[in-house]
Design a binder for this molecule. Structure first.
Ligand code: GSH
Length: 204
């Protein structure tokens, strides 16, 4: 199977980290596709009407997206029951943590587009202030209320770790560790996993 997209996208990286965690790292070929917020990538729009990355193409050429569905598909193929547990209480706790990590990544990516891609003079300062606040409250919540859950390797902890790495890479001035010791220690430990090392971002 193939995953389209570049690991600079936190959503692509989440899918690839999950593939490694499921033991499918060497069954997934990464096809590097770049996307721009203002232009369609025709190869991607042939696979997904939304034209976003990641898209997974199965061995039978069926496209699957978005990253959450890809992760569920990979866990299903691998017979992995820990990334997204079946048990009701654990399952919805993990899925909520995943939504929190993915939501943090969503805001960080939109913020990056606002800073780096939107033409000078068109930035919306109030929106940026709210986005910074939203990233900070999400990270406060992760630091205070999710430490135990972050101790397990799940779709939730993968989403949180990758979102934080994306913030380190694109928004280093956020200095999020300074006041969040639990989260800092989670991220330091999780980043040592082979799945994270194999998908690590390299400055260009
Ligand atoms: N909810 C989607 C989000 C995917 C997404 O936003 N991808 C971005 C890259 S980080 C993208 O493809 N942007 C291109 C565009 O907006 O046209 C997922 O989890 O896969």
């Amino acid at each position: 199977m193939k995953i389209y997209g570049d690991t600079i996208s936190p959503f692509v990286r989440m899918a690839l980290v999950a593939a490694h965690e499921c033991g499918l790292g060497n069954k997934v070929e990464q096809v590097k596709e770049a996307v721009k917020p203002t232009e369609p990538n025709l190869k991607l729009t042939g696979l997904s009407a939304l034209g976003k990355i990641p898209v997974l193409e199965t061995d039978h050429h069926h496209p699957i997206y978005d990253s959450r569905v890809i992760i569920e598909y990979l866990a299903h193929v691998a017979g992995n029951k820990t990334l997204i547990p079946d048990d009701g209480v654990k399952r919805f706790r993990v899925l909520t943590l995943q939504a929190l990590g993915q939501g943090l990544a969503d805001v960080a990516v939109a913020y990056r587009y606002e800073v780096a891609a939107r033409p000078q003079g068109l930035q919306w300062v109030e929106w940026m202030t709210r986005a910074e606040q939203r990233m900070n409250t999400a990270m406060d919540d992760l630091d205070k209320n999710w430490t135990k859950d972050l101790g397990d390797v799940t779709a939730g902890s993968v989403a949180a770790a990758v979102a934080l790495s994306y913030i380190d890479f694109r928004l280093p001035d956020m200095n999020w560790r300074d006041i969040r010791p639990n989260l800092g220690s989670f991220h330091a430990t999780f980043s040592q996993r082979e799945s994270m090392i194999k998908t690590a971002l390299v400055p260009k």
